[in-house]
Design a protein around this ligand. Sequence first.
Ligand SMILES: Cc1cc2nc3c(=O)[nH]c(=O)nc-3n(C[C@H](O)[C@H](O)[C@H](O)COP(=O)(O)OP(=O)(O)OC[C@H]3O[C@@H](n4cnc5c(N)ncnc54)[C@H](O)[C@@H]3O)c2cc1C
Length: 354
Amino acid sequence: MGHSAVIIGAGIGGLSTARSLKRHGWSVTVLEQAAALPTSGTMLGMWPAAMKALDDIGVDALRRTDGWAHIATGAGTRLWTPAGRQLVTAPGGADLNLVSRPALLAALARDIDVSFATQVVDPGQLDDAELVVGADGTFSRTRQRMFGDRFRARPLGAVAWRGTVEGAVAEYGETWAPEALFGITPAGPHATNWYACIRADQTFNGPHLPHIVNHFGSWHRGVRELIDMIEEGAILHHGLFEAPKLPSYITGKTVLVGDAAHAMAPFLGRGACEAIVDGATLGRSVAQASSIEAGLAVFDKERRARTQRLVLASRLMGRFAMMDAGSGIRNAAVGTVGRLVKPRPRRDSTLPRH
Ligand SMILES: Cc1cc2nc3c(=O)[nH]c(=O)nc-3n(C[C@H](O)[C@H](O)[C@H](O)COP(=O)(O)OP(=O)(O)OC[C@H]3O[C@@H](n4cnc5c(N)ncnc54)[C@H](O)[C@@H]3O)c2cc1C
């Protein structure tokens, strides 16, 4: 008889895990508290490991659907000060894969039975299942049940606004200021993704555009032009949290994936990518091991230390970008490093020498 798993949460982590287990012959039940998958959302940058994991779980063919953007970043990514001084241009050339969150979720959910409007109030009620996957996000009840209240998500003392606007802009990049940053990335040929973050202990009440104008409206022209394109109804706003460092991603036959295991600050754009890699790894680990327990141990070994390093790195990246004291020295150092790593014009060695 085949194996079966119950997955709590139909986010990117839960659905990636469902696809992966299903490809390895498991039957899966996905329980999701929301009534349906979201139909709106911003673009997510996909790192190479996530692209490979998507191939592994059979999302490659679906990648040609709407919502995916493959962008050649030949011009490089820029870093500015709020006054518009360019600190550095990161070398271009590496292509960027972006996907809209709803398109990714729809692709992952294809052929997966999700039981919507089904909230798991007590994950302990699922103890009879052969395998329980806690994919219930940053505020995971499964994590709390496994490790207690001490392991609730922690606020990072920062809030974010983000969204996608119609139309392209001239230049992409991030602007770093003490206690704040503003980022602009492509979202396809005719759309632009933006995100803005400030240090704050609490989220703000709407309308949000006035807050954005208040904090960023005096910044350089690239930011101001982008703000002019934002529509109030399309703004997402929330506080930023991270998961505490867990002693294990497993307890018995229950395992955590995605933000439930390692919610991280968004400054490296890795959370969704790592949730996909978790799903692909978990399916492969339990399929190849001699027992489910042994497979879970392999998963924990492969994923825990790596993702916990990313939680730390993402937090440090945010602190570095929004540092107050010492930001002048940081800007000088970043500018110097940028000049040092800037590729020199190459002498064409194929030209004949006379
Ligand atoms: C501002 C910002 C920008 C980001 N940008 C990027 C980026 O560019 N690239 C990237 O890789 N990542 C990015 N991320 C991170 C990424 O969004 C998350 O890491 C990813 O969505 C985590 O997926 P998940 O499935 O683990 O959790 P979630 O998306 O939170 O899904 C959890 C699901 O579980 C359900 N659920 C919760 N509790 C229960 C319950 N008790 N019963 C039933 N269902 C339940 C929820 O409704 C939800 O559907 C960003 C995050 C933020 C905040």
